[in-house]
Design a protein around this ligand. Sequence first.
Ligand code: MRU
Length: 325
Amino acid sequence: MEVKPFIWKGDRLLLLDQRKLPHKEEWLELKTYEDVASAIKDMAVRGAPAIGCTAAYGFVLGVKIQKENPKLVYETLKNTRPTAYNLFWALDRMLKALNEGKDIEEEAKLIEREDYEANRKMGEHGNELIPEGAKILTHCNTGALATARWGTALGVIRSAHYSGKNVFVWVDETRPYLQGSRLTAWELLKEGIPHKIITDSTAGFLMKKGLVDLVIVGADRITVKGDVANKIGTYTLAVLCKEHNIPFYVAAPTSTIDPNIKSGDEIIIEERSPQEVKTCGECPIAPEGSDAYHLAFDVTPSELITAIITEKGVFKPEEITKALE
Ligand code: MRU
């Protein structure tokens, strides 16, 4: 059975610290909305849907203390990471629920439950696109750890595996946070899904050699036009897929679709500390005097995407808003 990345305890949120994986399974106990905001900012939890779910629970913790000032709680949680739309979607939904006098704890639980159910549905829809024995390449971590369990792109791979399709997974290591080698490989290993870790620069040559049947990735934000922001390196994979005539799929719940922006150029791309590029774990891997440029995400234009898999079905990227109807 796949892992659960966070557990709501009514007065606190238990969070599996993803910075420590795969070596240590350490749980953080988050008691305040400030604790939750720091956990999102420092990437103890990451992955667009998981960020949305934990922010919703953070809002519940915050409103208990800041009864007179829920906007402060909302703003603090919102100002943690700029790219993943699920964060803003979840917080807007929580604020609306509060203003409508709903039970906000129930609303947060519903957001979590809906995300899990959406993942299972994406798994079913996506599995129809996966051939028997497919060699699948994936980037970053889009599994149980990045969601309320099961996963988006990795959820589709899970569904294919459990339907007996004998799939094999190429896992991009995903520098510099190593979501692929640390987290995706850890999830696949736990469940006995055949895989091998590759450096990010290996993908093109494997495609040339005919060793990749399809690529499937997740998304942090999808625009009305079907452009997709996702982990840095995604765009490169999409270009390589075009060159080698390989299908390039995106799997994401409808909570990742931003109805307010048309083009990917409008997406704010998070820039993180150069220090994360200049080290691997705690170990320095670059001259102290050299600077580094660390963009956490890139944007893949809709023309390079074969299809977007959502819980509502499979859509052409340019028709993605149909998933919101
Ligand atoms: O920086 P991260 O680890 O939060 O980035 C995560 C990704 O880019 C994922 O591909 C995306 O959030 C989809 S997770 C289901």
